[in-house]
Ligand binder design. Sequence first.
Ligand SMILES: [Zn+2]
Length: 324
Amino acid sequence: MRKLDPTGLPERLSPHCVRLPLPDPFVPGVTSVFVLESPDSRHPWLLDAGADMAESTAALTAGLARLGLTPDDATGVVLSHTHLDHSGGLLRWKPARLLAHERAIAEMRNREPASSRGRAALHRMGVPPTVAEGLAPESEPVGGTPLAEVPVSDPVGGEEGPLPECEGWRWILAEGHAPGHLMLFHEADRLLLSADQFLLKWKSPLRISDPEEDSFGLYLSSLQGAIDLAPETVCSSHTVAVRPGLPFLEERRAGLLRQLGRTSEAVEAGARTAWEVVAVGERRPSDGLLILFLRERFAMLRHLAATGALARSMVDGVERFDPA
Ligand SMILES: [Zn+2]
């Protein structure tokens, strides 16, 4: 399968969108800024700002120059979400305007963001302490403190809306991975820029840091919303574009529903925590994948509890799920 090249040239995805691939210090080593054009587009919006690293900003400037643009020509930046592979560039250069969802803004201003994969999260999933020690990384690209002072000129709220002064484009709220996560859709091009929501081959890590959030439910409904758009092209920030987009999204939904069914079966078979569901269902994968699986199964268990199929309780700081 073709991989996205962080040193690649600008790629025209559709009549109104060009992707600039940029180097990124986080896995998988590449992120993107998208140039969102409109018929009168000497001043396009950009989707995201790249990572907080000199190579990323240099690649962004070089990519824009190939299109005859400078960062100052852009109307502004639309922030897909606060994670630093998308927002870090804002710490290096200041767009004229910044559009972000109010839930993402709350995350930016949150000086104590909770981690979805630190020790505390692993404990809630029932991961034994000896295993958790080996799994919990030092840091992760969560947003929060570094962006606390970054001004937002264009806060938006609700489920979707038009991109200001950029005919043809609209933003769509798509949560589960990050609060206030936005996707961009161009109706005439039938192009969906999914940011981190739908990645080719990769699972989108689900947010589990807020125990009251049904992140799997949010993710599933954003997936249904994307399917309803019937996009011709789906393009994430870290992977190559997928065409046709609709079968890809439908397969993703079928896979998730299958996994949800297996999670429910694991509880019937006696598993009570996310750790036990993963242990029952699968061979032990690599650490990175194990955390992804744990987060996904944990979010699925919470979703089953939110829908009344399971009863959730807390035992010694571990979330326990029993048949309802
Ligand atoms: Zn990302």
